[in-house]
Ligand binder design. Structure first.
Ligand SMILES: NC(=O)c1ccc[n+]([C@@H]2O[C@H](COP(=O)([O-])OP(=O)(O)OC[C@H]3O[C@@H](n4cnc5c(N)ncnc54)[C@H](OP(=O)(O)O)[C@@H]3O)[C@@H](O)[C@H]2O)c1
Length: 282
């Protein structure tokens, strides 16, 4: 990497930030396209978020990603929001355009690109989504836009599912409980876990093996660490197609890259770096 006086800077604001895979993924992409850009991790404590965001323009930083815990709190410091960011209520990408900061959220579209490259179409399908957090809002919106026939959203806290229903209209909300999940799973085509349940070794399974009937075409877990959650392992053992969160992570990052540089992201180079970081293969 040859940093010089013309190097353009992007990065990620997070706290903690040391586990992020994004610098590796973006820096190999800049190198592959011979772009004089660099992606840096910025450790930004919550009480330093406002001055950090306000520094983007004077320092001529071209844009940043936002990760935990800043995705929601950043909104008051931005000039404009994309329609996705407005709907989801969180921002994962800031782009500096002149003296303005525009907030985007690439999670929903990143998720759809991951499904498409895994040859899963949602058109006319019945989809069960576990979770109604920020990621679920973005994904649900895209699923409706892409023609899913029926969307069932189950969450521990019903208030969040009801908020989503108020905004999207066309979803059915249910509690994250055995009877309701079991009955929806009988005729579902696709199951998507958007909760954080599955990240820890001793996390329980939200659904049981015998609830996954023959109609299920794919089980998707947007968790990427570990790359194979208990849920995905269970589905794989039943010969159901599985997709983990790494492809969504890749594509949401590629969309940020494209927003900043205006160039098509070198997906395969980025994928290789990401999979290497997580010591796994596609
Ligand atoms: N692959 C990617 O690119 C990508 C992108 C974004 C997020 N993610 C992953 O997606 C997950 C959710 O992210 P987010 O931004 O949507 O977070 P969030 O807004 O905090 O939502 C968390 C979700 O998990 C549920 N949940 C948490 N603990 C639970 C428990 N013990 N039992 C049942 N439900 C529980 C929450 O339910 P309540 O509403 O009841 O609290 C909520 O639905 C995280 O694991 C994150 O790493 C992956």
């Amino acid at each position: 990497m040859n940093i010089d006086g013309s190097t353009k800077i992007v990065g990620v604001f997070g706290w903690p930030v040391e586990h992020t895979a994004s610098p590796r993924m973006h820096n190999v992409a800049f190198e592959a396209l011979d772009l004089n850009w660099v992606y840096l991790p910025f450790e930004v404590k919550p009480d330093m978020l406002e001055p950090a965001v306000k520094a983007i323009i004077p320092l001529n930083i071209r844009g940043v990603n936002l990760t935990i815990p800043h995705k929601k709190d950043v909104i008051p410091f931005l000039d404009e929001l994309s329609s996705e960011a407005q709907f989801i209520g969180t921002v994962n990408t800031i782009v500096k355009k002149g003296n303005k900061l525009i907030g985007y959220n690439t999670d929903g579209q990143g998720f759809m690109r991951a499904l498409e490259e895994n040859k899963i179409s949602v058109l006319g399908k019945k989809v069960l989504i576990l979770g109604a957090g920020g990621a679920s809002f973005g994904i649900s919106r895209e699923l409706i836009l892409k023609g899913a026939d029926k969307l069932f959203v189950a969450n521990r806290t019903l208030k969040r599912t009801e908020d989503l229903k108020k905004m999207l209209g066309e979803i059915e909300v249910l509690p994250l409980e055995k009877d309701s999940l079991k009955s929806v799973l009988k005729g579902a085509d696709i199951v998507i876990n958007t909760t954080s349940v599955g990240m820890k070794k001793d996390d329980r399974l939200l659904i049981s093996e015998n609830w996954l009937g023959p109609s299920i075409e794919a089980v998707v877990d947007i968790i990427y660490s570990p790359p194979e959650t208990k849920l995905l392992r269970m589905a794989r053992k039943k010969n159901i197609k599985t997709i983990n969160g790494l492809d969504m992570l890749l594509h949401q990052g590629a969309l940020s890259f494209e927003l900043w540089t205006g160039k098509k992201a070198p997906i395969e180079v980025m994928r290789k770096a990401l999979y290497k970081k997580f010591k796994t293969r596609k």
